[in-house]
Design a protein around this ligand. Structure first.
Ligand code: I3P
Length: 451
């Protein structure tokens, strides 16, 4: 332990602050008060007033104002139907009104915390590469001709080499270090109790055929992992696209927590700034931090999450290039163009995707699991290769949460805090229309007219 830290530890002990919790709190409190005085300095500079004219209370009040978590309400114009016809497409973005209203927060200055995420590497990568990430080898590849690569956060799935004879695989998204190669044709994903429960409940459900095979929990290097199928097996140099589904990417409980005990995140503020320096409010600029729901809501309105109920997260093409610069991809036209490029305008592939989506849609409509879960942050993973083979899978259930006994969701009605609706089916319908517009099949293939 470095000398300084040891000294501090002793001093804390002498002062009666034994136990990690207490000293952690002490450190946080000190961090908060240090931040308050930094803010006071910044505020004074910004307003060109003398330091003596400000006190910490004023700064804390300003911080609290900035900490309000906006509540997003999505309301369809003029009625309850959310059915969108082909000819209405141009109006999709305008057809939903978003009301961003501030909800009140009762909190004391002492509960304000500044948090740094350990997962901020992506933003560095994205800044440098503008979303086109350079691939790097993850581990030694025994294959002579077709190496696989590791990339940080591209699309939400790691893949084992289709050659299968080596264990070189790629992590296409998510938090760093989340994946390990499993046995042949399988991968290991960092354990999440939530996701484990979902996989268990999915056994025997009609959705089981559309999610990766699940083989239980295994231990590697002392850590638990979920053991599941590698979805890339049997594809040759596949192209992969990840679409995050739903009108909301954070749990209701995250909003409640942020309201009751707001945590300010510097890393999320920095990510926001990278995309749009004017996105943070004056208060957020002052505190140089935002809460997570604030960041997530901003991401949703910037992309097509709110307007279409899904967004493109990342693409890996057959040639190995990867693209993640879709944060501002919002319009139906842009998304359609991206799908066209992704499928190289190949109607066999597009038709295949569309019919897979229609099957998924049917399964979702009769799934007991789907009815009883708030599905947040889950993606549809599109995979195809030069043989025109195309598959779509439901992945990522880390934030998919069971509803209280007896409660069910519609998945297509607007979300209002408390109803836990996620807009998944509405997003799927819009996604199918996007593909339908490229195949001349319109929405006839399995479109849900009830939406
Ligand atoms: C991240 C993305 C992730 C989220 C992560 C965000 O933003 O929304 O889904 O993780 O939160 O930073 P971006 O795509 O702009 O990089 P979860 O889904 O697990 O909440 P985190 O920083 O708290 O991990």
């Amino acid at each position: 332990m470095p000398k300084e830290r040891e000294k501090r530890r002793k001093a804390s002990k002498e002062a009666g602050l034994s136990g990690a919790g207490i000293s952690d709190g002490f450190v946080k409190e000190r961090r908060t008060s240090r931040r308050a005085s930094e803010l006071r300095d910044e505020l004074c500079q910004a307003k060109e007033v003398k330091l003596s004219e400000f006190n910490t209370t004023q700064v804390q009040t300003s911080m609290m104002e900035a900490l309000r978590v906006p509540q997003v309400t999505i309301t369809p114009d003029g009625g309850c139907s959310r059915e969108i016809q082909q000819e209405d497409w141009a109006d999709v973005e305008g057809s939903l009104r978003r009301k961003l209203s501030n909800s009140s927060i009762s909190s004391t200055g002492s509960s304000i915390m500044l948090e740094e995420s350990e997962d901020d590497i992506l933003s560095d990568n994205e800044t440098k590469s503008k979303g086109n990430i350079t691939l790097e080898h993850l581990c030694e590849d025994t294959s002579e001709s077709k190496p696989w690569w590791k990339i940080k956060t591209i699309v939400n799935w790691p893949f084992v080499s289709p050659q299968r004879r080596n264990l070189s695989w790629v992590q296409l998204a998510g938090h760093k270090g989340n994946f390990k190669a499993g046995g042949e044709g399988t991968i290991l994903k960092k354990f999440s109790e939530n996701e484990k429960l979902c996989f268990e409940r999915l056994q025997g459900d009609v959705l089981q055929d559309f999610v990766p095979g699940y083989y239980g929990v295994v231990e590697r290097d002392g850590d638990p992992f979920l053991h599941m199928t590698d979805l890339l097996v049997n594809f040759d140099r596949p192209s992969v696209m990840d679409c995050k589904m739903g009108v909301r990417t954070y749990l209701e409980e995250e909003v409640v927590r942020a309201r009751e005990r707001p945590k300010l995140r510097r890393d999320l503020f920095d990510k926001m700034l990278e995309v749009d320096s004017e996105a943070p409010s004056p208060q957020e600029h002052l505190q140089r931090a935002v809460t997570k729901p604030r960041y997530m809501q901003w991401r949703e309105t910037l992309s097509s999450t709110h307007t279409l109920g899904f967004r493109i997260e990342g693409i890996k093409k057959a040639d190995g290039t990867c693209h993640t610069d879709f944060k501002k991809t919002r319009s139906k036209e842009d998304i359609t163009q991206i799908f066209r490029d992704f499928a190289t305008n190949n109607t066999n592939i597009l038709n295949s995707y569309l019919s897979k989506l229609a099957k998924i849609q049917q399964a979702l409509m009769s799934s007991e699991f789907f009815k009883r879960h708030e599905v947040i942050g889950s993606s549809l993973l599109f995979i195809h290769d030069h043989t025109d083979r195309a598959e779509v899978w439901l992945i990522d259930f880390g934030k998919t949460t069971a509803l209280p006994e007896g409660q069910t969701l519609d998945h297509s009605i607007p979300w209002q805090e408390g109803n836990r609706e996620d807009g998944y089916m509405w997003g799927l319908d819009n996604l199918m229309r996007t593909l339908g517009s490229l195949t001349n099949k319109g929405t006839s293939e399995g479109s849900n007219e009830c939406l």
